[in-house]
Design a protein around this ligand. Structure first.
Ligand SMILES: [Zn+2]
Length: 418
């Protein structure tokens, strides 16, 4: 890691009060300040994030509500009431937590928000998704300063624990009475960067299945040809899953219109069993991480797995650690009024949209599961996808352009008439 001395604008120092460096856009300074908050797992500084959001609420002049959905896990809500609060509201959602870092692989401290000469801002969360949080806030700040008023109520939610599955964050929050009260009609949540000129938007997610296949077998001495061993069954199971994996990989690589979200991925992630070199074990288990596109019939998919188990042996069984079954997708038909407002506004800004299924999981899946349309969108084009990676960064010009995007999108959505 470099000592970060070249960041001579006075804002790169760790700790203490952050001053806006000379000539830097205040939105960039706020973004960098937020990046320095260590909301990193396993012990995210959620208190720091709450203090930050308290201050933002005061600055924006918006009421703030905090809902402790689980012990120590607070969802913060800022609300800008519309002129017709009976209409369905618009939600701008972001998560406050970030994934851990391996500092030794970073060229700058992952929590210093170092900005290089090209304007690239390095920091964990610079893409996922502290950028979007500050873009929402700064767009709202600008719209308020312009004296704008909207028909529909706008809610900004800031949720914990997305990066550890959302169970103690959004998954619980969507079942909370305070969530119902928000009366949400449409939600924006995180997406991914796009290395090209287009902006990627996500209208659905793959379903996560975590499965363990249990292969019992006859035990015995390691010197003999014991029949019906656990290892033989395990081998058949692994072959079935990994043959399917190859087929899906081939499908992805041979179709130009497919992205990762359009095929199933299968990965063998854990193998367990055995006690000693000379003892044939009574059971061996294999665990797989499966991600299944929302267009796949999940009942048929499970039948396929049952078939593989039966082929491996009559006593082979399986159980799920995770089995997500909701396949709600958000309409991207031009006849859909929410999508129409979103896509037309992007068109007016000459933005090209690339519609995709999100390859991994975000909090959008919980929002869609309760029947609310949600679009995953982080306005970052000409940017390599670096979420969860070393040296995650975002260029300040791309970041600032994103505020302009929300500055147009928010009124289009919040003023939608019917
Ligand atoms: Zn994220």
């Amino acid at each position: 890691m470099l000592p970060d001395k070249e960041d001579g604008d006075g804002s790169g120092g760790a700790g203490g009060q952050i001053m806006s460096p000379k000539g830097e856009d205040p939105s960039v300074s706020l973004f960098r300040e937020y990046l320095r908050l260590r909301t990193v797992h396993p012990e995210p500084d959620y208190d720091g994030a709450l203090r930050f959001l308290d201050r933002i609420a005061v600055e924006l002049g918006l009421p703030i509500k905090k809902i402790e959905v689980c012990p120590g896990k607070v969802v913060t809500i800022l609300t800008w009431q519309g002129t017709n609060p009976n209409l369905k509201s618009v939600l701008l959602n972001s998560h406050t937590d970030v994934v851990p870092v391996f500092q030794e692989h970073w060229i700058h401290d992952a929590f210093s928000a170092f900005k290089d000469a090209e304007g690239n801002i390095y920091g964990r969360g610079s893409q996922d998704m502290k950028c979007v949080t500050i873009q929402y806030i700064q767009a709202v700040r600008r719209l308020k300063a312009e004296g704008q008023k909207f028909l529909r109520t706008l809610h900004l939610t800031f949720v914990p624990d997305e990066e550890v599955g959302g169970e103690k964050g959004m998954e619980t929050f969507v079942k909370h009475p305070e969530f119902q009260k928000l009366n949400i009609g449409f939600a924006l949540d995180e997406g991914l960067a796009n290395p090209g000129n287009a902006f990627t938007v996500f209208y659905g997610e793959r379903n996560v299945w975590w499965i363990t296949i249990r292969c019992p077998g006859s035990p015995g001495h390691g010197s003999r040809f014991v029949e019906n061993t656990a290892a033989e069954k395990l081998r058949r199971i692994i072959n079935s899953f990994l043959d399917f994996r190859e087929k899906e990989k081939h499908r992805l690589n041979t179709s130009q219109c497919f992205t990762l979200g359009d095929v199933a991925t299968v990965n063998l992630t854990m193998v367990k069993g055995g006690v000693a070199y000379n003892v044939i074990p009574a059971e061996m288990d294999a665990s797989f991480d499966l991600r299944i596109p929302p267009t796949v019939n999940l009942q048929e998919f499970e039948k396929m797995i049952q078939g593989w188990c039966k082929e491996a042996g009559d006593d082979v069984t399986y159980d799920f650690a995770q089995k997500h079954m909701n396949q709600n997708m958000t309409s991207t038909q031009e006849s859909d009024p929410w999508w129409n407002a979103f896509s037309q506004t992007c068109k007016e800004m000459d933005m090209t949209l690339q519609k995709e299924i999100f390859p991994a999981a975000t909090d959008s899946r919980f929002i869609r599961a309760v029947g609310i349309p949600a679009i995953g969108f982080s306005p970052m084009n000409h940017t390599p996808i670096l979420l969860h990676d070393h040296n995650e960064y975002l260029n300040e010009r791309v970041f600032l352009k994103g505020i302009d995007v929300y500055n147009k999108l928010i009124p289009a959505l919040a003023n939608r008439v019917s």
